[in-house]
Design a protein around this ligand. Structure first.
Ligand SMILES: *[C@@H]1O[C@H](CO)[C@@H](O)[C@H](O)[C@H]1NC(C)=O
Length: 337
């Protein structure tokens, strides 16, 4: 039969074997080389399955459980209808597309405490069950990992080596960069080639990887839009992406502090989705307090919920609609009670 290849029937099973078991000895790839018959494959599957129960495996073809991701976002993230919608769409689209042309690049924007870090944690957990602890998920914080300008060359080399090494070990690796607005442009230059539309770079394909950028950039413009809606009596939930997306890219673009990284990434269309995080209102802070209480295994006490929320500061001065710090200090405040 034409096109069936030298392996005949079992070739159809090959894609199922795209399970990378990261170990020093690589028993699976050794096994694959030796296996020829379908019956042996069955044994290999159960071996892999057993192995992956005890060690973390990068299961590249595992479909994303969209319903679970949706549930997580809806139950744990408050007041962010846009972020919820876009993230869900971006991730399911990316994971269901077997022919992606570039890695998925998400840029999360908004004030501190609005849920950006939290969302990246949820995303990480839905891709790799151990979440931020997974060896396939990498978190970089600008001020922590790349603090010294004079060491830029070293940071660049190291980061490129890490991205290369990790993606070749697990193509669906996730890289999260926090505090993008404080990131040295040199780091962007180092990451940029990996985000682009290359089929391969030195034999490695980056098209299944996911990059997530977090920044406060654009937070003021997002707040302004939300406030405009509020002042004209329109519902927050009516804010659509199109109300924010132009503001976001142009506004952030012009921002002196973050313009550099943005200009590079936007110019080349390397960012797939801009994801705005709206400022949180009084009722959302209350939701955070309740969720935190539940997470601590305590019964929800509405008196305390109100007390904790009332301690937060709200802006603008006159209307006092949005929490200054979002839900950021809820945990420590709750400790008092
Ligand atoms: C993967 O990234 C981590 C940093 O998150 C680094 O310590 C490790 O050396 C990298 N692995 C490879 C194989 O490059």
């Amino acid at each position: 039969m034409r096109g069936s290849g030298p392996l005949g029937g079992p070739a159809a099973l090959w894609p199922l074997l795209a399970v990378h078991v990261a170990t020093a000895l690589e028993p699976v790839s050794m096994g694959v080389a030796a296996v020829g018959a379908a019956s042996a494959l069955t044994g290999l599957f159960s071996y892999t399955k057993l192995y992956c129960r005890f060690a973390e495996c990068c299961v590249e073809e595992r479909p994303l459980d969209a319903a679970a991701l949706k549930r997580d976002l809806e139950e744990k993230l408050f007041g962010q209808h846009l972020a919820t919608e876009v993230i869900l769409k971006a991730l399911t689209g990316f994971r269901n597309n077997k022919h992606t042309k570039k890695p998925l690049t998400l840029s999360l924007h908004g004030w501190a405490g609005t849920g950006k870090n939290f969302v990246s944690q949820i995303v990480a957990e839905n891709l790799h069950p151990q979440g931020l602890k997974s060896k396939f998920v990498h978190l970089f914080v600008s001020t922590l990992h790349f603090p010294h300008e004079e060491k830029m060359k070293m940071y660049q080399d190291q980061l490129q080596k890490w991205i290369r090494g990790n993606v070749s070990a697990c193509s669906s690796s996730v890289f999260i960069f926090d505090e993008m607005d404080k990131l040295h442009p040199g780091i962007i230059d180092a990451i940029k080639p990996f985000l682009d539309y290359y089929e391969q770079i030195d034999g490695i394909s980056y098209r299944r990887a996911i990059f997530i950028f977090l920044s406060n950039a654009g937070g003021d413009l997002i707040t302004k839009t939300a406030l405009d809606f509020w002042r004209t009596g329109r519902k927050r939930e009516e804010i659509q992406l199109k109300d924010l997306e132009p503001v976001l890219s142009v506004g952030v673009f012009n921002n002196k502090h973050s313009g550099l990284w943005h200009s590079v990434l936007i110019d080349r269309n390397l960012v797939d989705y801009f994801i705005p995080f709206l400022p949180l209102e009084y009722r959302h802070v209350k939701m955070c307090v309740r969720a935190e209480m539940r997470a601590r295994g305590a019964a929800v006490n509405e008196d305390i919920v109100t007390k904790v929320t009332d301690e937060m500061t709200f802006f603008p001065k006159d209307e006092k609609i949005y929490s200054d710090k979002g839900c950021k200090t809820v945990q420590s405040r709750l400790d008092f009670y």
